[in-house]
Design a protein around this ligand. Structure first.
Ligand SMILES: [Zn+2]
Length: 214
């Protein structure tokens, strides 16, 4: 089973109380249930982009014989909270889980980021499997996505983090992909085009398959 986690949701913005509620982040910390996500200067929203890409990845993986669960099945609801997004992957015993996002960085910054938990509740075997998933995704993203590794955060596209609940709480191999920077004109153009989204979705699907083939 593969779990795809399209970040945020279309109803988050109008449900501030629900999405600001504190939930476990892992290792004794708490954070907000979810956020609204970012958007392009023209209003194209990250939650919509994330969901569009997730559907493409799902279709691609299913066509290639894998079973897929999404953490949300529409783009008009609220949440689910980030800890629940992790729990969905954990209870499915997913072979791999990928959170799909786009960043809202400085206008001059561009490229993809692969976020990994510095520490996850699954322990060192899950942390090293998640890193192997990131390495596989780095290869396919560099070759297929149309994006280069981020030039403004992390190192060569890799970004270890300690504040991402969905990664801290995972007991299955899991990473978060920032598919470019919506505040950058060239990344946004790719995100807004059907062909650009198809390239990024293919890179995610191929990255998962590359990881599973290891
Ligand atoms: Zn996001």
């Amino acid at each position: 089973m593969i779990v795809l986690d399209p970040g945020h949701n279309g109803g988050n913005e109008s449900h501030a109380a629900e999405i600001n509620e504190l939930v476990p982040q892992g290792f004794g910390q708490e954070k907000a249930c979810d956020t609204t996500g970012t958007n392009g200067d023209d209003g194209y929203s990250e939650h919509q982009f994330n969901f569009q890409v997730a559907l493409l990845v799902q279709a691609d993986l299913e066509q290639r014989g894998l079973r897929v669960i999404l953490t949300r099945n529409n783009d008009s609801g609220v949440g689910p909270c980030v800890n629940i997004r992790a729990a969905i992957g954990n209870s499915a015993h997913a072979a791999a889980a990928v959170s799909i996002h786009a960043d809202g960085g400085p206008a001059g910054g561009h490229g993809y980021q692969l976020l990994e938990a510095q520490q996850s509740v699954g322990g060192s075997s899950v942390e090293s499997a998640s890193h192997r998933l990131a390495v596989a995704m780095h290869a396919t993203f560099s070759q297929e996505s149309g994006l280069t590794p981020s030039n403004y955060v992390g190192s060569d596209g890799y970004e270890p983090r300690d504040d991402i609940a969905g990664l801290n709480l995972t007991t299955v191999p899991k990473i978060l992909v920032e598919c470019g920077n919506m505040r950058n004109a060239s990344d946004l153009a790719l995100e807004e085009s059907a062909s650009g989204r198809a390239r990024m979705a293919r890179a995610i699907a191929d990255g998962i398959l590359r990881f599973l083939g290891q």
